[in-house]
Ligand binder design. Sequence first.
Ligand code: NAP
Length: 237
Amino acid sequence: MKIALVTGANRGIGMEICRQLAQQDDVKVVATSRDVAKGQAAVKQLESEGLKVGYHQLDVTDPVSIEQCVRAVADEHGRIDILVNNAGIFPDKDAASSWPSVFDADVETMIRGMRTNVYGPMMLIQQVVPMMRKNKYGRIVNLSSGMGQLTHMNGGCPSYRLSKTSLNALTRILADELSGTNILVNTMCPGWVKTEMGGPGATRELPEGADTAIFLATLPDGGPSGQFYRDRQPFAW
Ligand SMILES: NC(=O)c1ccc[n+]([C@@H]2O[C@H](COP(=O)([O-])OP(=O)(O)OC[C@H]3O[C@@H](n4cnc5c(N)ncnc54)[C@H](OP(=O)(O)O)[C@@H]3O)[C@@H](O)[C@H]2O)c1
């Protein structure tokens, strides 16, 4: 069995990724969330659908929480093979305007976005990769966004945009430092998905939003690394 750890699994795309990974015959999922009650409710829901899913608390902005979670999963399962960095925030939503300008940007808001969307995944990867190296196997999936694309970078929502572009850069840095290992690290855009973050006007349902994460989490040995994907296809940076 491969052990998969998913962040921000109590709702939205993260919960759907847990659902689809748990449906794979050879994957055991550990769902995580910063709020224990919300995370356990999601696990209960998945169990009511006939799926077997473990659980641990994890706030990606808290180094102590990260260390405790990784240690607990390692103690119980001896390994983490798949890491899905799904947890994320859209910090610009707290601004006065619904589409805030860079000229009104507040640095504290930007730092908050970076903490959750970039430094959280990085700290978690730092803790998990030594285990992956030892087991000579790892698949890391970072949930980015088309709003982090440089090719089509536009104005508005600078905190979210900068955090996702940075997450893409982190993916490239990691892939280079992990080249020659069997640890594949990729980043992806789920499309515009109906979740709390995406809102009701979004064009995609959850299964479609989670699909590329499943593809990247289960890549065969020798698969791509350091790439940006959408709909299971390479996506322009
Ligand atoms: N929906 C879209 O259209 C869309 C498009 C492009 C990219 N994405 C990306 O896809 C990912 C999932 O998005 P979503 O639409 O499912 O968002 P969502 O419905 O807002 O869910 C976000 C999840 O992240 C969790 N989270 C936030 N801060 C956290 C922290 N410090 N530690 C642990 N968990 C934390 C939330 O937990 P709480 O319930 O405790 O807040 C929640 O479970 C995000 O990275 C997002 O940027 C989404």
